[in-house]
Ligand binder design. Sequence first.
Ligand code: ADP
Ligand code: ASP
Ligand code: MG
Length: 471
Amino acid sequence: MSLVVMKFGGTSVEDPAAINRTAAIVAERVAMGKQPVVVVSALAKVTDQLLRAAACASKGDRTGALAISSRLRSRHRDTAAALVKNPAELINHIDQKFDSLDEILRGLAAILELTPRISDLIVSYGERISSRIVASAFSERGIDAVHVDARDVIITDSQFQKAVPQDAIIEKRAAEKLRPLVDRSKVPVMGGFIGSNEEGITTTLGRGGSDFTGALIGGALNADAIEIWTDVDGIMTCDPRVCPDALRVKVISFEEAAELAYFGAKVLHPATILPAVKKNIPVHVLNSRNPSNEGTRIISLAPHCKSPFKSIAVKKKLSIIDVVASRMLMTHGYLKEIFTIFDKHKCPVDMVSTSEVSVSLTVDSNDKLPAIAADLSQLADVKYEGKKALICMVGEDIRGQNGIAAQVFAAIRHINVRMISQGASEINMSFMIDEDDADEAVRSLHAAFFKDPDSEIFDVEARKLAVEPAS
Ligand code: ADP
Ligand code: ASP
Ligand code: MG
């Protein structure tokens, strides 16, 4: 039987109607003879709200923190009551969870120190509770669902808030905890995003990490497919919220999708592709609000595309750092010293460009910048500036196409470009601009490069329907 890991994001479980749609999608897979393993996010916006509650408590605002928790409790109770005929047990479970969350928030409001470890514990409630509700809703609708605590399967290191999964242990745990259920045709339902270290302390995989959980489980169980169910028709030619003309990309390579995710296309968590690539498992991105749409297929080798680019990603809230040192730059080991400082602060660098006297780097961490700049100023003059955005255009073999850079920069000639990078990867061309110009740049680039899209790769029909509505 074909095993499919189905991951549903926050909007796919945001309220009773969404959870019912999700149940119908899973039931259909079962009816097709597939064996689903389900991974769910917290209900939409819950992670943000839990983080806000934690922030309030850590500043001593106990009342504010408990008020947020109380609103979340009501929302989860109401959702459960709308989905399950006899909800007493489920609601009791929800209450117990919120009671213990409130205890943590009260403790935090007394201690006034929010550590990454406590933050992970607090946000974990979102997925822990959502997965219980979804499992009960599935059972109510005749799906043979069994709730599994993700923290028993997703074992990570102890880097709270960005924990690194331990593949070998996850594989072993999946064999112990999930495989026997699958073998008995049960449908395991677990929360995404959360895990635990080997001592059993709760960790998380970083924001948007439920996609990653889906892929890790898919890899560990050697699934036949991984499905990422979200609120758009698939990977689009750009964020449809920025440009309503965005087209669905029907098929894209692992490499291109990874590049897009890494450079900010929120539709996929950047690490999602890795476990799938390792085992060559196809990933499908699908819309839970429009399940009949065929979505995007991510496969190892995508067919040739006539258009130069597949999609445009944007990463905002970046900073640019200029390090200027006329005497030392070309001396041996200088770049190494610069990178050692970023490494010391555990700050990844997105893009680098060097000239004879200066090095410019871009990073996506604003809070670490003052400390990094202080260390760098021991070596050279340092300037940094925030509110920058990186635009990343992804397509196969960009390097092999003459005149492409000229076309890109002609399309955004009215926008000031601060830094350019092309060549590090054959499939990506990126440049840095002011954040305020980002949406306009995406729209201009989209208009220039997706005027006449290749119908083998892009869903051109959807655009035609939009332009010529049925009479
Ligand atoms: P989920 O909660 O299902 O994980 P996310 O909000 O994390 O969903 O990701 C889906 C969102 O990603 C879409 O609503 C869309 O606005 C945004 N997005 C950004 N870039 C793209 C893109 N290239 N294609 C599709 N969606 C994108
Ligand atoms: N709920 C988590 C977040 O909002 C993980 C996820 O939804 O992927 O970041
Ligand atoms: Mg997401």
